[in-house]
Design a protein around this ligand. Structure first.
Ligand SMILES: [Zn+2]
Length: 697
């Protein structure tokens, strides 16, 4: 039945388009598997005109597939209901993965406008499935009978996850409440989209243009070269690789203040791109939705489906960390003030001074400067480094592909081959900033893993970053933070690439958010480990391996400034929790709310949260609402998990196999804590996190 419908829709689209314009069958490229090497998206053939027809046809196709499940005259079974639903919507999935992938990395006004146009349609489409009584009746029938079905652990999990998704989507509500929920979902999806669009505009709209060479004082040559434009001026913007080095090195304090304020006032300028009212809308809609679904707050709703379970557990972890972090941050501030005083600077340390004096102090204490380390971290060498780590741990090899279409010229693609020589995955890297790319670093996929009709479909994964770009004279030389981020995102990529489950809905990174950062954060532990760093850190000009002395300095300084790092991170996580534990709708004054929240925890004014509200896209346009704590929650796991490697050796094959077999390949096919215990043989010990951050010995 499914196949017939599929062909019919493809055919109709083709005819319709041929009538209106000769140029082609818009959208049909997404209607079947791509006829390309490894099924990679044919970016050289996809045009903007393909998206909308494919989305419309894809939604229609899935609607028909769902109808077919409902109208099946046979009794509901695991196969004809749960698996059929899990396999529905392939066209929609293909077009969504490409469209939203490129909207993050290479967007333009047309794509942004289309995303806004599609958002209510997609939200309604999803509700049409998850609020469909007839469909749920069949799912419930299978669920109620599950003990008699002889399901595997993975099958039970898939069934439970679908059942839970329907309940959490409001299937148990009365008609009036369901109607209201549909409206809320629609409004939420357009507001979260608007938040991201406003932020991208605000990030791109501001430039600090310097025409007086004196104002460059303190900046390293590489930073100056990166900022130079054709008119002989120097331009600094609000992308991290641009503003951060300026804050670290520029002697001109007024300009540091100017640039930093522009950064932290993004979308808080009372102009067309302001996000304060958008936040007000999002927070209140989320409260209303949680209440409708029977939860006290949005956080209660979200956490119920995560490892943390309750806000109390999250606050417990965050407050404990805060007790260690804040006093240390205060001590660090005092040390920086001493440096200012010693230099005869007659002013009080401000937030725009922190990085500048931290760099000075780092040099004084550890004689370590980023300028000294950067030549050893050419992007290409670091990438070879993560490949080497994956090779030693799991036997993976990476072969550069030149026959695959790219969506942007500087993207690079690899075939990933498993230890037994079989094809494992395709992996894209896209590491440099541009105006068409959103900020940050992330992993996602153009195709997920699953077993379909007996064939193990392998995933197509990508990593995106905003690292220091190459210049005319120098290759991309990464900061220590960027090296760590590259390792981090590669950990997510491994979670995707090594996925080996049967069902698409459970594959790869589709795990709870406070578990998903385990595979990524554990990779950070390899980045600067003495046994690892020597494998890849080679001077970009001389090829010389990084000297032992420098490795030692890097590792001795690893916990330098950790009070600040932890404080700004925990502050952001608490801000997130404060918004999302509100139990009743209120008219929010966002500035006031944030100010009060930070005063309440005693955050010092020299530090602002890692993300202020108006550019906190993790929680207002990404998937991390009531979830920013997840990085710290998962750190309890990754710090403990890496202990296993420290005990047996960082490249210990047996430990690596345990990690692959129980975590990296398993997706969401079992409860995460069960998976963790199978790997480790015990519960995680939180003391390793504290030790990892240097708070205890
Ligand atoms: Zn991550």
């Amino acid at each position: 039945m499914r196949k017939i419908l599929f062909i019919l829709i493809a055919f109709m689209t083709l005819i319709a388009c041929n009538e209106s314009q000769k140029s082609g069958d818009h959208g049909s490229i997404f209607m079947t598997e791509y006829d390309t090497p490894f099924g990679t998206p044919p970016f050289d053939q996809i045009t903007f005109e393909d998206y909308k027809p494919a989305f419309l046809a894809g939604m229609e196709q899935q609607t028909e597939e769902v109808e077919a499940i409902i109208n099946n005259t046979e009794e509901p079974t695991f196969e004809n209901t749960i698996v059929a639903l899990d396999n529905s919507g392939k066209t929609l999935s293909r077009v969504s993965r490409v469209f939203y992938g490129l909207r993050g990395t290479n967007t333009d006004d047309k794509m942004n406008a289309l995303a806004e146009e599609l958002s209510p349609l997609l939200s309604a489409h999803s509700d049409n499935i998850y609020l469909n009584e007839d469909l749920f009746k069949r799912i419930k029938a299978v669920h109620d009978n599950s003990v008699n079905l002889n399901l595997t652990t993975e099958q039970s999990r898939l069934l439970d996850e679908y059942y839970k998704s329907f309940v959490r989507s409001g299937i148990m509500l009365n008609e009036a409440d369901k109607e209201r929920l549909r409206e809320i979902n629609k409004e939420l999806s357009s507001l979260t989209l608007k938040f991201g669009n406003n932020l991208l505009k605000e990030t791109n709209n501001y430039k600090l243009v310097i025409d007086n060479e004196e104002d460059l004082s303190g900046l390293p040559a590489s930073v100056i070269a990166n900022a130079a434009n054709e008119e002989g001026k120097w331009v600094f913007g609000l992308q991290k690789p641009s503003w951060l080095p300026f804050l670290q090195y520029a002697d001109n304090r007024d300009l540091r203040e100017q640039l930093y304020k522009a950064m932290y006032m993004r979308a808080d300028n009372d102009n067309d791109n302001d996000n304060k009212e958008v936040i007000n809308g999002i927070v209140n809609l989320r409260i209303e939705k949680a209440n409708l679904l029977g939860y006290e707050s949005h956080a209660h709703f979200i956490l119920d489906d995560n490892m943390a379970k309750t806000p109390e557990n999250v606050y417990g972890l965050l407050n404990e960390l805060w007790e260690y972090a804040l006093p240390q941050a205060k001590a660090e501030a005092a040390e920086l003030q001493k440096l200012i005083d010693a230099e005869g600077g007659d002013f009080k340390l401000a937030s725009w001074d922190w990085w500048y004096y931290t760099e000075k102090l780092r040099e004084q204490k550890y004689s370590l400067s980023e300028e000294e380390t950067k030549p050893y971290f050419k992007m290409e060498n670091v990438r070879e480094g993560v490949f080497e780590v994956a090779n030693r741990l799991f036997g993976l090899t990476f072969k550069k592909l030149d026959n695959v279409a790219l969506y942007y010229p500087e993207v690079e693609v690899y075939e990933v081959v498993d230890s037994d020589g079989s094809h494992l995955a395709v992996f894209y890297t896209d590491y440099f900033p541009r105006d068409s790319k959103r900020a940050g670093a992330w992993m996602s996929s153009f195709r997920g893993q699953q077993v379909l009709d007996g064939e193990n479909i392998r995933p197509i994964i990508y990593n995106v970053g905003n690292f220091t770009s190459p210049t005319d004279d120098t290759p991309s030389l990464l900061t220590l933070d960027e090296v760590e981020t590259l390792f981090h995102e590669f950990g997510h990529a491994l979670h995707g690439m090594l996925s080996d489950v049967n069902y698409s809905g459970l594959a790869g990174t589709s795990v709870s958010r406070d578990f998903v950062e385990l595979p990524s954060q554990i990779m950070e532990h390899w980045a600067f480990h003495p046994e690892v760093i020597k494998l890849y850190a080679k001077h970009y000009e001389t090829g010389e391996t990084i000297p032992d002395e420098l490795i030692e300095k890097i590792n001795r300084a690893a916990n330098f400034n950790m009070g600040f790092n932890t404080t700004e991170l925990v502050a952001a996580a608490l801000l997130d929790m404060n918004y999302h534990t509100l139990t009743k709708q209120v008219d929010l004054d966002v500035r006031e709310f944030e100010k009060n929240a930070m005063e309440k925890i005693g955050l010092i004014e020299e530090i602002i949260p890692r993300y202020r509200s108006t550019y906190f896209s993790h929680i207002f346009s990404g998937g991390y609402s009531a979830g920013y704590y997840a990085y710290l929650w998962a750190e309890v796991l990754d710090a403990d998990a890496f202990q296993a490697f420290e005990e047996k050796g960082v490249f210990d094959k047996e430990t690596a196999k345990l990690f692959r077999d129980n975590i990296l390949s398993k997706g969401n096919s079992e409860d995460p804590m069960t998976l963790y215990r199978k790997f480790r043989g015990a519960d995680p010990d939180p003391k390793h996190l504290l030790r990892n951050r240097g708070f205890i010995d």
